[in-house]
Design a protein around this ligand. Structure first.
Ligand SMILES: C[S@@+](CC[C@H](N)C(=O)[O-])C[C@H]1O[C@@H](n2cnc3c(N)ncnc32)[C@H](O)[C@@H]1O
Length: 283
């Protein structure tokens, strides 16, 4: 497993939520409202690589009144963390059984938890009826071949946010920034369980594949913009990036150590992401 901790996901959650591109999000919300008006029953959303449920907590309050979410992850501990975090977030818990039924700001949200390895079982997951496939901070982990498989199967709208796109700006700058970023990207493209990862190229590859299939695709930039108020996240990020670069062996140990020490004290940091919305032409 790639091993994302619930603590790391909780630390990044507020920053992830404020980074999302609101103009793109409002197009998605508009389409889903229209869909909900056209037919009965809850809106069905499937969240790939859901972790502890941050994507649901960003969107559910903005969506139509009745929603059914399926949170898919291969880490059972994160799915348990998702259940606990959603219970803590809700105004009211209506049922806490196999599925969880919540009310939040008058929205009736049912949540199913599906433990599934998406590297092998994406076909089964996409076979589940859905109005929207969504994901946050997930697609940079997957391989180009897997993206071909996924995009070849997709028949519903896709809204994916916060796919790492490789753009980073830290201040003040450091002489080793360029070498560190190059090595970090090499690490980003190592196998994360799906084959060599698409890393920073993922959003662009997905856009081309889906356009070729006739989807209407829109994308927008959704960078993290961090400053000294986000010190804890900056420190974790610097430590994690330095660790990844150490694994590559591409930068000398002393340069990585110096970079990490300095970056833990960075005054600002921008980490580039891409949000993408793709809908079948007839949608
Ligand atoms: C960067 S985290 C993002 C989590 C969550 N979407 C969020 O925004 O907080 C990536 C997630 O993908 C999940 N993941 C990675 N590889 C997976 C796989 N092969 N099958 C299912 N989930 C996977 C991880 O367990 C983790 O929860």
């Amino acid at each position: 497993m790639t091993g994302f901790s619930a603590q790391w996901l909780a630390l990044r959650e507020p920053v992830d939520h404020r980074a999302r591109d609101l103009a793109l999000q409002s197009i998605v919300l508009h389409d889903l409202e229209r869909l909900a008006r056209m037919r009965a029953g809850p809106l069905k959303l499937v969240d790939l690589g859901s972790g502890s449920g941050s994507n649901l907590r960003a969107l559910a309050q903005l969506l139509p009144e009745h929603q059914h979410w399926t949170l898919v992850d291969y880490d059972p501990a994160l799915l348990e963390a998702a259940r606990a975090a959603c219970i803590a977030w809700a105004d009211q818990v209506v049922a806490n059984e196999v599925s969880l039924k919540l009310i939040k700001n008058s929205k009736h949200v049912t949540i199913s938890f599906r433990c599934e390895d998406l590297s092998s079982n994406i076909e089964a997951v996409l076979a589940e009826p859905a109005d929207l496939i969504t994901a946050a901070a997930f697609f940079d982990l997957v391989a180009v071949d897997w993206l071909k498989r996924f995009c070849g199967l997709l028949s519903t709208p896709l809204y994916t946010v916060l796919t790492y796109n490789g753009i980073e700006n830290w201040t003040p700058s450091e002489p080793s920034d360029a070498a560190m970023l190059k090595a970090f990207h090499a690490h980003q493209q190592t196998d994360k369980g799906f084959g060599a990862a698409a890393g920073p190229t993922a959003a662009g590859v997905m856009e081309s594949l889906l356009q070729a299939r006739g989807f209407v695709v829109s994308s927008a930039s959704s960078p993290w913009k961090l400053d000294t108020n986000d010190h804890a996240l900056i420190e974790q990020l610097a430590t994690g990036s330095a660790g990844a670069v150490r694994d590559t062996g591409l930068v000398s140990q002393s340069d990585v150590d110096a970079w990490q020490r300095s970056r833990c004290q960075a005054s600002t940091c921008e980490i580039g992401h891409t949000d993408l919305y793709a809908r079948p032409r007839q949608f």
